[in-house]
Design a protein around this ligand. Structure first.
Ligand SMILES: C[S@@+](CC[C@H](N)C(=O)[O-])C[C@H]1O[C@@H](n2cnc3c(N)ncnc32)[C@H](O)[C@@H]1O
Length: 223
């Protein structure tokens, strides 16, 4: 699993160019993926939400737009990333490690994590900690990369390992951070394996929806 010190430093190095690089490399699809989550949460009439590994705040900002009455707290262990979230209009941010969240049990009714769980050093512990701060019946939303099935899998993996690091390296001057991206996607549990992990770590029910031919997966788990 990923090394926390490497991950924190890598995101600190790319923080200033993270948003731009995401939009270029996904062809703008990342905006749609986050909007999809925001619409889903809008339909739940949620009260108090925690966005874990919020980074530059892209997901929390989309949810804030879609759900203006929802109280949203954005947390991340990388202060350099979170500084962008504040500057871009998120009023409530806090530097915090997802593996040791500074909140009481059952404090939130929704927890979200976009492209963050994959970067954590211990997936079961992170899921357990997110379950702990959710009230019974509360929902966890995980949005993250996955590998498509079928004919698209081989060309996508080639893009991931050979093309993407070059483009992103040019855009951010941090090629190694994007070589790490491909490696992290390869070893991240996906589909039913992730749903099973969720059920073993604090959630009674978990479902997955594939977006963009399975390049991204959207999980909803209920405590
Ligand atoms: C790819 S960024 C995702 C940012 C944002 N959620 C988004 O959708 O763009 C991953 C973030 O996870 C954060 N992260 C990784 N491990 C973490 C941990 N243990 N605790 C808190 N944040 C963590 C990194 O600092 C980074 O900002």
């Amino acid at each position: 699993m990923p090394d926390a010190v490497y991950v924190k430093n890598a995101f600190a190095r790319i923080a200033d160019r993270y948003v731009m690089a995401n939009h270029v490399m996904s062809g703008g699809m990342d905006i749609w993926w986050r909007k999809r989550v925001a619409w889903k949460i809008h339909s739940w009439n949620a009260r108090k939400m925690l966005d874990v590994a919020s980074g530059t705040g892209d997901l929390a900002l989309e949810i804030q737009d879609a759900c203006p009455s929802l109280s949203i707290l954005a947390t991340d262990f990388c202060a350099e990333m979170l500084a962008h979230a504040s500057a871009r209009g998120l009023p409530h941010t806090m530097v915090a490690d997802a593996l040791n969240l500074p909140f009481i049990d059952a404090d939130f009714d929704v927890v979200t994590v976009a492209f963050g769980l994959r970067n954590m050093a211990d997936y079961p512990a992170a899921l357990g900690e997110m379950a702990r701060v959710l009230e019974p019946g509360g929902r966890l939303v995980v949005l993250d990369f996955s590998l498509p099935q079928g004919w698209l899998r081989a060309p996508y993996r080639w893009y991931l390992h050979h093309v993407l690091p070059k483009i992103a390296g040019y855009l951010t001057q941090q090629k190694d951070a994007y070589e790490y991206l491909g490696a992290s996607i390869e070893q991240f549990p996906q589909g039913e394996a992730m749903c099973q992990l969720m059920r073993e770590n604090g959630f009674s029910h978990a479902d997955v929806e594939q977006l963009t031919c399975g390049v991204v997966s959207l999980y909803v788990a209920t405590k």
